[in-house]
Design a binder for this molecule. Structure first.
Ligand code: AMP
Length: 214
């Protein structure tokens, strides 16, 4: 199965992609995670993108398309993947179409998680993750069962994304409305778009996604 999950920052793409990954034996391909790994490793690419990512602006299409096309070819993506955070512009969507066509693949579904801007600011500014295993949490909506201890791996070190500040979130939402939201009609025309209420509780969103995919 080949899926795209898209929606504004904070809509729950990453959280839901991880759940679908486990349930359907797919691999989550998150361009944001790949870029953060580059930044953390101090690679040439990481150094190049770090400052732009901090502003909340999108990176150049060509750079992203190059990065994802290599990743789609990797052995672990052969059985299926969930694209999270890509495509984010019309040129990226066109590049994805061409890429998949070249490999004889077709997207099964594009799923939009709909969400309100104001709620997204609250969601994003409260989130944190485990340094050891990457499990995601939120101060208010989804905290660890024991304060300071990761439910998944018992780790005690947590981190926040450098771009999860209130002002950067506004810039990221703006980029979403200007550059990514036009993809809704792009995918509607192709006939494989489904829209789900991303404002619902995490488990309800997962249930809706599984109903659609089963
Ligand atoms: P995300 O984790 O998906 O919110 O992405 C974090 C940041 O990485 C974004 O604000 C952009 O600066 C950059 N980024 C991630 N994916 C893309 C993409 N498909 N196109 C352009 N920039 C991206």
């Amino acid at each position: 199965m080949y899926l795209v999950l898209f929606g504004p920052p904070g809509a729950g793409k990453g959280t839901q992609a991880k759940r679908l990954e486990a349930a359907y034996h797919l691999v989550q391909l998150s361009t944001g995670d790949m870029l953060r790994a580059e930044v953390a490793s101090g690679s040439t690419l990481g150094i190049k993108v770090k400052d732009i990512m901090k502003t909340g602006e999108l990176l150049p299409d060509a750079l992203i398309v190059d990065m994802i096309s290599g990743r789609i070819d990797a052995a672990d993506a052969k059985a299926g993947f969930i694209l999270d955070g890509f495509p984010r512009t019309i040129p990226q969507a066109r590049a994805l179409d061409a890429m998949l066509e070249g490999k004889g693949l077709k997207l099964n579904r594009v799923i939009e998680l709909r969400a309100d801007d104001e709620a997204m600011v609250e969601r994003i500014t409260g989130r944190f993750s485990c340094v050891s295993c990457g499990a995601n949490y939120h101060e208010k909506f989804n905290s660890t069962k024991v304060a300071g201890v990761c439910d998944a791996c018992g780790g005690a070190r947590f981190d926040r994304r450098a771009d999860d500040t209130a002002e950067t979130v506004r810039a990221r939402l703006q980029a979403y409305h200007d550059q990514t939201a036009p993809l809704i009609s792009y995918f509607e025309k192709k006939g494989n778009l489904l829209s789900i209420d991303g404002m619902a509780a995490i488990d309800d969103v997962t249930r809706q996604l599984r109903e659609v995919l089963d």
